[in-house]
Design a binder for this molecule. Structure first.
Ligand code: KG4
Ligand code: ZN
Length: 335
């Protein structure tokens, strides 16, 4: 019986190359190298992302080992993101994880990226942890999903986006206003000095707990194309505040609907958009008004990172029944 479990985790699903080392639920190191190369293209270029992962994976691994103060021989298992994500990016992490596990002769644990986002809340240094069952809203540049989490291994998807993710709505709208990719943080900053009632954008009518952001994107595009560039410049704060509040209200409405349908009071909100200050303000409001208690992982565990892969690896390693390890050549998850 192993007392302290050391997991080395690898995340390469999109444009962040990340390696983390965990001792049980404690993060010893979590190195994330965010690929800057995509900025000039206004979005992630898959081919470039794969090449960047290939270039960065060894230096990131070396730094993770160094910062954690461990040796590779101390590691009990390798956990890696098997999917979902960009095919080429995933293949770099998969091949690397397999080779490392094989050479160290230790188990390989494949992790679902979406489940990893959710369970990141159980990393030691998050101040508060929810009780099961809870509902998770995973909201980033690649995903917008509501998931009922019955326990560590029991996930039921309640709703997902039918088109764009919420982060994409921020990023693509930002591009129309000539903001750099990813535009979410900049829109958040500009919105803080704006009037969110100034302009009205339509909210989608999507049944149940699914989401849609493409209608909003189109209406925002039409709105911008009708204005002069001076008007956009002069009203940038108000435009950002109005757009931001529309996106966040879409998310908040679905949280409240999910609570009412499933009678669950605890919610985890994770993914890059969870950093949004207006969302955080609204979450505080619904805590009081709707008795919805929300748990948000620390921001460095909320955006794409390997520590969240590591915490999932830890749970799988501990649970021998659940923890069938990957055959080095097979996989349960679709890429
Ligand atoms: O989780 P993440 O780092 O990567 C994935 O997309 O998986 O999320 C990145 C997304 C981007 O769309 C970015 O614009 C958005 O999160 N984002 C924000 C904020 N910070 C990051 N969106 C709104 N407000 C923010 N403060
Ligand atoms: Zn993600």
């Amino acid at each position: 019986m192993i007392n302290d479990v050391y997991i080395l985790a690898i995340e390469t699903s999109c444009d962040d190359t990340s390696v983390a080392i965990l001792k049980n639920q404690k993060v010893l190191s979590n190195i994330v190298s965010s690929q800057k190369i995509h900025e000039i293209y206004g979005g992630v270029v898959p081919e470039l992302a794969s090449r960047e992962h290939d270039r960065l994976i060894i230096p990131v691994l070396k730094k993770a080992i160094n910062d954690a103060g461990v040796n590779l021989v101390d590691i009990h298992a390798i956990a890696y993101t098997r999917g979902p994500g960009l095919l080429g990016s995933l293949l770099v992490g998969t091949s690397f994880a397999k080779s490392l596990a094989l050479s160290l002769d230790i188990p390989l644990i494949e992790i679902n990226h979406m489940q990893a986002h959710i369970l990141s809340i159980f990393i030691d240094d998050n101040p508060e942890k929810p009780e099961f069952p809870f509902i998770a809203l995973t909201v980033s540049g690649g995903h917008t999903q509501l998931v009922l989490v019955k326990d560590y291994k029991n996930f039921v998807e309640l709703g997902t986006t039918l088109d764009d993710a919420a982060g994409e709505a921020f990023d693509k709208s930002g591009k129309l206003m000539n903001l750099n990719y990813p535009a979410g943080p900049k829109i958040d900053e500009l919105a803080s000095k704006g009037d969110f009632n100034k302009f009205k954008f339509p909210k989608p009518k999507v049944d149940g707990l699914n989401f849609s952001f493409s209608g909003l994107k189109t209406s925002f595009k039409n709105f911008i194309s009708k204005q002069s560039s001076d008007f956009v410049k002069d009203n940038l704060h108000d435009i950002c505040a109005s757009l931001q509040s529309t996106i966040i209200e879409i998310l908040i409405d679905k949280i409240i609907m999910a609570k009412n349908i499933h009678k669950v009071n605890d919610f985890v909100v994770c993914g890059g958009v969870s950093a949004n200050s207006f969302l955080r303000k609204k979450l505080k409001e619904i805590e009081k008004i709707n008795r919805i208690k929300t748990y948000v992982p620390k921001i460095n565990y909320s955006t794409d990172n390997a520590a969240m892969i590591g915490i999932n690896g830890y749970f799988k390693f501990k649970d021998s029944e659940f923890g069938e390890f990957s055959d080095y050549s097979l996989s349960k998850y679709k890429l």
